[in-house]
Write a protein that binds this ligand. Structure first.
Ligand SMILES: Cc1ncc(COP(=O)(O)O)c(C=O)c1O
Length: 410
């Protein structure tokens, strides 16, 4: 496992930590800080290489095309797909909407079922409500057991001949649950080989090696900004044949083949789904972020974050004034959601902020999950590779201060 010195070296890559005087940033599930290499890469692109890609014959049009398509190849290799299967979008939300608009609206009808879990982020839930409303397909939910897991029995009970789309997050942003998505996809395809499977990888891809061929999913969505890149760049992976059978999501420049007065023909994936001027610097920053992750090793990153989360989790579940909502099952994502039994999460987050600790408070875009847990809001600490055990100790000590300041009994 990475040791203390390794992490201290890694921390030097993140100027944010230095410029904020080592502010304790435990809101990595919302977005990570960016390594210098990624920020410098963006600067370098704009200082030396900027042009509008895929159009024009001059040096900078060509250079920006190389930068953009190079990033696509890097992402494709990162998740073991072909580059035609990688569509650059703004974020995971846009990727999940693309599937809703371009596949689901055209393929679902009354009597069909969309199977999803209660722990989905709104990005992978409200879009399916929209589809259900338009197509009259029915939403069917998978619920968590008392260990915050979705069991195979639950999946088998809810899968039916009517299920046409099955979607689930590979890692919950609230309860940390990491379902065995490979097995779940296998079970869904066994029930009905025509079921389309959609994996929300927003909280999973930043921490794990992903092989889409091995997973067997039809679609995978994730965001760059949660894995050290700029904001404004996200990825939709889709099986090539499926993507090319779908209607475009948006219409305009660069996604067309021929345009006549009354109709047009469209390019294949990925251009088919990337209308208009694209985000070259964002794609480049994601490519550089992937280099950064690979330089440390995805598995090394996760092992370290897992140890950090375990250290914090084991101490937090012993605190009598806290309720912890994260799954007790060891295989989990590095997020710990909790509440003080008698304090509002926003008060907790504000007090911790006074001690230079950033945590998230609110519903974390997962209102149905919070309602299912019988709460409205929670606090969430989420970890990344630059966080330390000392920071966790500091955080734990200041939970005591929150308790004292809020007048809560120990
Ligand atoms: C599980 C999950 N899915 C989807 C998203 C949406 O990501 P974005 O806001 O980058 O589109 C998030 C963001 O927090 C998330 O945690």
């Amino acid at each position: 496992m990475l040791n203390k010195n390794d992490i201290l070296e890694i921390r030097k890559d993140f100027k944010f930590l230095e410029s904020t005087n080592n502010y304790i940033y435990f809101d990595n599930g919302a977005t990570t800080q960016k390594p210098k290499k990624v920020i410098d890469g963006v600067d370098n692109y704009y200082y030396n290489e900027n042009g509008n890609p895929h159009r024009g014959a001059h040096h900078f049009a060509i250079k920006s095309t190389e930068v953009y398509e190079g990033a696509r190849e890097k992402v494709a290799k990162f998740i073991n797909s072909s580059s035609n299967e990688i569509i650059f979008l703004r974020n995971a939300t846009e990727a999940l909407n693309l599937i809703a608009y371009s596949w689901a609206l055209n393929n679902l009808k009354e009597g069909d079922e969309i199977l999803l879990s209660i722990m989905e982020h709104h990005s992978n839930l409200v879009n399916w409500q929209f589809v259900a409303d338009k197509t009259k397909a029915k939403l069917v939910y998978l619920y968590l057991d008392d260990k915050m897991q979705i069991t195979e029995e639950e999946l088998n009970k809810k899968l039916s001949a009517k299920t046409k789309l099955f979607t689930i997050t590979a890692a919950s942003n609230v309860v940390g649950t990491m379902p065995d998505v490979k097995e779940f996809i296998k079970m869904a395809k066994k029930k009905n080989s025509g079921i389309i499977t959609v994996i929300d990888g927003a909280q999973y891809v930043p921490h794990h090696t992903v092989d889409v061929k091995d997973l067997g999913c039809d679609f995978l969505a994730f965001s760059g900004h949660k894995m050290f890149s700029e904001m404004g760049i996200g990825v939709l992976y889709g099986k090539e044949e499926l993507l090319n059978s779908m209607e475009p999501f948006m219409y305009g420049g660069e996604m067309i083949e021929y345009v006549y007065e009354d109709h047009s023909t469209f390019l294949k994936s990925p251009q088919r789904f990337e209308a208009g001027t694209v985000n070259v610097s964002g794609a480049k920053s994601l490519g550089d972020a992937i280099d950064y992750i690979e330089g440390i090793g995805s598995e090394n990153i996760f092992k370290y974050e897992e140890e950090l989360m375990k250290y914090a989790y084991d101490k937090m579940i012993e605190l009598p004034y806290l309720e912890v909502y994260t799954t007790p099952v060891e295989k989990r994502s590095p997020v710990i959601s909790f509440n003080f039994k008698e304090a509002h999460p926003h008060d907790v987050a504000s007090i911790l902020d006074n001690y230079n600790i950033a945590i998230r408070s609110g519903h974390h875009c997962a209102q149905p999950l919070h309602r299912y847990l019988g709460i409205n809001f929670s606090c969430r600490a989420s970890f990344s590779i630059y966080n330390t055990f000392d920071e966790v100790d500091y955080f734990l000590n200041h939970l005591e201060d929150v308790r004292r300041l809020m007048g809560i009994g120990s």
